[in-house]
Design a protein. Sequence first.
Lengths: 115, 115
Amino acid sequence: ETGVTQTPRHLVMGMTNKKSLKCEQHLGHNAMYWYKQSAKKPLELMFVYNFKEQTENNSVPSRFSPECPNSSHLFLHLHTLQPEDSALYLCASSTRLAGDPDTQYFGPGTRLTVL
Amino acid sequence: AQKITQTQPGMFVQEKEAVTLDCTYDTSDPSYGLFWYKQPSSGEMIFLIYQGSYDQQNATEGRYSLNFQKARKSANLVISASQLGDSAMYFCAMRELGGSEKLVFGKGMKLTVNP
């Protein structure tokens, strides 16, 4: 595997279900990100992890719970979601090295539909 | 607050022609980075090119070049010799390098390359 991978690619869930999205980066990066992309809206940053520590929570509802067990893996645990949470969820990673442009590299995304 | 504006909702270009995608930005931070990403219908955000605010020359990367006009706060992407595979959404993004981790995206624009 190379780059940033995400599973599953597609997910359909009911409002009472609990599911998890997984992201894995094979780039040796130190930071990982979750973004939400809804139709006709700009990409929204949700969470940032630097060296496994959460450094940003962009006022995300508690029904989204991130987990970062190490610098290569990032999860997004979902529970009691609403239909408006249906979106493309993108994971990204970057180096976070001083002096580096810190380009973020993205995974293919998980397209989530909440019924 | 940093802001990215992409006013063109969509553009059409003939194969093998050049096309310019517009992006203007607003920031009070003298140190920032500008990024362009491509998002095909598959969903993955693909990094194309980066321009730092202190870079003396316009960035180039293969068929992609960035027309950086600092005084006008514009960072237009130029794609030379368009190919059918260039059809996608294109996003301009900016990150203030003074400490913010946030990569702020524009709303994007859709490019269609016609044969």
